[in-house]
Write a protein that binds this ligand. Structure first.
Ligand code: BMA
Length: 340
């Protein structure tokens, strides 16, 4: 391995491909049996997409975006022995507040799942008089306690770094509007206690490269490497036929992650396969989590396809970082600390 991966675990029981045959124009190889979750995976759930997986106690656990047959998304827990075949719990996650009262969001979508020290956090988008960030913590994936409204509306695409940075919990998010947001940069916020967030900084914005010229938003939890934090994110282009969501990559400074060290001017993955170009919302690839095997550097990316399916693509940290560096194009606002 060319680059060192820090603080990731060995991911066993997973059907890693022997070699990653990265296709032309991408460091990723799609899983040949995509989608891994098809339409109508269980009673009352019509579609599962933009979802997050983690390795926990010898099995894989997912916080799934389950679109119910009433059209409203909620978070469901999925269990899997191999990270590919999933059993979805029949009831959506019940969230509680600090006083042990049930505290349910009206809707919940695009979950990310991050382990920090001994706690697992789900971070998602929910209604707080408009789209806003939800955070809940769990130790056993049975009881989930919500942090009471950590952010004001409107905000989406929040994800936590997997460890404190300079002794502070650190989050990326994307301020937005209440609709289909035709703008958006990635910002960073910090907190001593996970409840009160501040010291907001600008991380990165849209560029003149058309695939990410409308808005961007963080994807999986950043991965700590010898080059910096590897951030996989989504970038959106506005076409005459609607938005197109692609996947981008950047490397952020380890101690000051509001500074971008490298950023790929070219997408890492864009909608191409039929399950990505056709579905409930065509032309969407939307990454929410990755598994990274510290021993081999192999990486599995879980992404939603066309707001309809859950899919997988494989790569290695070396391939992704080299792709980003070889196509590096950073602008002035990338290299600023982002504090004004
Ligand atoms: C975004 C989010 C995502 C969705 C995407 C494409 O605004 O709502 O959940 O995948 O739009 O429809």
């Amino acid at each position: 391995m060319k680059y060192k991966i820090i603080n990731e675990n060995k991911i066993s029981n997973f059907p890693w491909p022997k070699n990653i045959e990265n296709p032309t124009n991408s460091p990723f190889e799609r899983y040949s049996k995509n989608p891994i979750i098809d339409r109508n995976p269980s009673k009352n759930i019509t579609r599962v997409f933009n979802s997050a997986t983690i390795f926990y106690n010898g099995e894989f656990i997912s916080a799934l975006r389950g679109e119910e047959t009433n059209g409203i998304p909620s978070i469901y827990i999925g269990h899997s022995k191999d990270g590919i075949n999933w059993t979805i719990e029949s009831e959506k996650v019940t969230f509680y507040d600090d006083d042990n009262n049930i505290f349910m969001p009206k809707y919940a979508y695009d979950p990310r799942l991050v382990k920090i020290e001994n706690t697992y956090y789900i971070i998602w988008c929910q209604d707080f008089y408009g789209a806003a960030i939800g955070i809940a913590k769990t130790h056993d994936f049975k009881k989930f306690i919500r942090v009471e409204n950590p952010f004001l509306p409107f905000n989406r695409n929040a994800v936590l770094f997997p460890r404190k940075i300079n002794n502070m919990y650190t989050m990326l998010s994307r301020p937005s509007d209440g609709g289909h947001t035709a703008f958006g940069d990635i910002f960073l916020s910090q907190s001593k206690d996970m409840e009160f967030w501040g010291r907001h900084k600008h991380v990165m914005g849209c560029t003149s490269n058309w695939w990410e010229s409308l808005k961007i938003g963080a994807g999986p939890a950043p991965i700590e490497t010898s080059e910096g934090w590897l951030l996989i994110y989504h970038g959106v282009s506005r076409t005459c036929n609607g938005y197109v969501y692609s996947i981008g990559g950047a490397i952020l400074d380890i101690d000051n992650p509001s500074i971008v060290k490298y950023r790929s001017s070219r997408f890492l993955l864009t909608p191409e396969e039929s399950y990505e170009t056709s579905g409930f919302v065509p032309n969407v690839v939307f990454p929410c989590s990755s598994l990274c095997d510290s021993e081999t550097g192999k990486l599995a990316l879980y992404y939603g396809a066309s707001d309809t399916y859950l899919c997988l693509a494989f790569s290695t940290v070396d391939l992704i970082i080299d792709f980003i560096k070889n196509n590096n194009e950073i602008n002035e606002s990338d290299i600023e600390l982002g504090k004004r």
